[in-house]
Design a protein around this ligand. Structure first.
Ligand SMILES: C[S@@+](CC[C@H](N)C(=O)[O-])C[C@H]1O[C@@H](n2cnc3c(N)ncnc32)[C@H](O)[C@@H]1O
Length: 278
């Protein structure tokens, strides 16, 4: 799958313009962001990219702030390099050490996940992966049936397996993510993970005790009724990929329509992971 990369140069003395732009782009499907010295880069799957929509979405900000961007189509090869060049180990809540194959192991951490970064999202660096991992570490997972929707590198499904999940399904719309999840599961000796390729309507299973979904606000809103139907009674839903302001209230409102009760949320740089229960 090819991606579009928008390279932003932002004059941002107060430090909030970048966040506004990222929030706005995530509303129209951009799902990966990377800091640069002069601004940031935003990525979207090529088939979801609509140049006109981007300029419409940013038009209000154009008059108020000083920024510019250029658009590049990037094939997988370059995407691969983006991750490999930027991957540093991540430590979550002093418990979980996430490293690449080329980093040495560190025995002082009780849990470790080894990720071959490749081109799939999910190395623990992004706030949302970090927040989801942090939430998972505090969730009762032992013996549960778990769905990881939008699995990326498979990192959350792998963590769920290490925490004792019995039945695991990892699904992504991008075939590269599915194969990356399979490879990473093998690297971590996870042998109970099933995978699926496609969107939510391709998932035929129900009765999940736990659904993990780190995607983006609009896709989560579209998926909400499915998640509610696929959860077992008292099943938990942990979602991320959206902002505290203004997205959390919108997500809570949609969840309430399907009797999903809000429990709590964590934030990091305005990104959120929120837990709901059926
Ligand atoms: C933000 S990444 C999360 C990856 C990983 N779960 C993590 O927490 O780091 C979102 C993933 O969702 C996938 N995705 C986007 N839209 C989707 C959809 N409609 N159905 C399933 N997966 C989707 C993307 O391909 C991407 O791998």
């Amino acid at each position: 799958m090819n991606y579009y990369e928008l390279v932003f140069t932002v004059v941002d003395p107060e430090g909030f313009v970048k966040d506004l732009l990222i929030a706005s782009l995530s509303e129209i499907g951009f799902d990966t962001f990377e800091d640069t010295e002069s601004g940031f880069k935003a990525y979207i799957q090529a088939e979801q990219f609509n140049e006109h929509l981007v300029s419409e979405q940013l038009s209000d900000y154009k008059d108020q702030f000083n920024f510019s961007y250029e658009t590049n189509l990037i094939p997988h090869k370059n995407w691969n390099e983006v991750w490999e060049n930027n991957f540093e180990p991540v430590i979550v809540a002093d418990k979980l050490y996430i490293r690449a194959t080329f980093h040495p192991a560190r025995a002082e951490f009780p849990m470790e996940i080894v990720i071959d970064p490749k081109m799939a999202f999910g190395t623990g660096h992004h706030e949302t992966t970090y927040l989801m991992s942090e939430f998972l570490l505090q969730t009762e997972v032992e013996g549960k049936k778990v769905l990881d929707m939008g699995c990326g590198s498979g990192i959350l499904a792998i963590l769920a397996s290490k925490l004792g999940a019995e039945d695991l399904l990892a699904v992504d719309i991008d075939p590269i993510c599915v194969s990356s999840s399979i490879e990473n599961a093998q690297l971590n000796e996870v042998d109970n993970m099933k995978t699926g390729l496609g969107d939510i309507d391709q998932v035929n299973d129900t009765g999940f005790d736990l659904i993990l979904a780190n995607i983006n606000r609009n896709i989560l809103l579209n998926h909400m009724s499915h998640y509610a139907a696929m959860l077992a009674d008292e099943g938990e839903l942990i979602m991320s990929g959206f902002y505290e302001t203004p997205d959390l209230a919108i997500i809570q409102e949609e969840a309430a329509k399907y009797d999903l009760k809000y429990i709590s949320h964590y934030t990091r740089n305005n990104w959120v992971a929120a837990k709901f229960v059926k």
